[in-house]
Ligand binder design. Structure first.
Ligand SMILES: O=C(O)CCC(=O)C(=O)O
Ligand SMILES: [Fe+2]
Length: 228
């Protein structure tokens, strides 16, 4: 039988997580100080990637772009949102993210799994949100999306790097590793240098989790109240 992702995952669909122990054994290396970008080696622990993939598998819908552009084909992947602390493993990843970013869990968006087939991509964009969007969106009450952790669940055979073109960075997706960056300057204004893209996957499939942490700061609060 061909080693498709479905074949790999299906025996695990009923997988119990009874003997799973939540551990945080990663190491972090700073790759840019301004903007802050770090590479997290071993962000995901054994079994976590497969487990998240099997939870997401039945939930995919075409990915949306929240505020940047309505251009068709801008983000051609599929996405799946998991429930808060849906399983022990989901909760462990949420806790790990909250610890790293220094927020409480309420300020962390639900895990968003993205899946790219060959030819699919997410063109250049930023992860921070328009102030008008923040005002009406559930997550807006927790402030701006100040930090992103993008964790890789499955690496494509070719293509699919995460690139920050203004910084000359093109990061290969490596299963279980993650990239962590700050979307805003220290004073709370948006840092356009964090513009990034998921380059087209050329062969194989790329799967990742978006972990978005929200925080209030004076710049966002000032805009929020000034326009209200
Ligand atoms: O797939 C990638 O490498 C980037 C994904 C991304 O930036 C996003 O989903 O916001
Ligand atoms: Fe992004």
């Amino acid at each position: 039988m061909a080693p498709t992702i479905e074949n790999m995952l299906s025996p695990m669909m009923g997988d119990t997580t009874d003997d799973y122990v939540c551990r945080h054994n990663y190491s972090m290396k700073i790759i840019s100080h301004s903007p802050f970008i770090a590479y997290i080696d071993g962000f995901l622990q054994d079994r976590e990637a497969e487990h998240i993939m099997s939870l997401a598998e039945t939930r995919f819908t075409p990915s949306e772009t929240l505020n940047q552009t309505k251009t068709p084909k801008y983000r051609t992947s599929n996405s799946a949102v998991l429930n808060r602390s849906q399983t022990d493993i989901v909760r462990c990843i949420e806790e790990r993210t909250a610890q790293i970013t220094g927020i409480d869990m309420a300020s962390l968006e639900y895990l968003q799994v993205v899946r790219y087939l060959p030819g699919q991509e997410y063109k250049k964009h930023t992860d921070y949100l328009d102030i008008d969007y923040l005002r009406t969106n559930y997550w807006g009450q927790f402030g701006q999306r100040f930090a992103t952790i993008l964790a890789y669940l499955h690496e494509p055979v070719r293509g699919g790097n995460t690139s920050f073109s203004a910084l000359g960075l093109s990061i290969p997706t490596k299963k279980n590793d993650a990239v962590y960056w700050m979307n805003m300057h220290a004073n709370g204004t948006e840092d356009v240098r964090t513009t990034h893209a998921g380059e087209p996957v050329e062969q194989g499939e790329k799967w990742a989790i978006n972990l978005w942490a929200h925080r209030w700061n004076n710049a966002v609060r000032a805009m929020y109240t000034w326009q209200a």
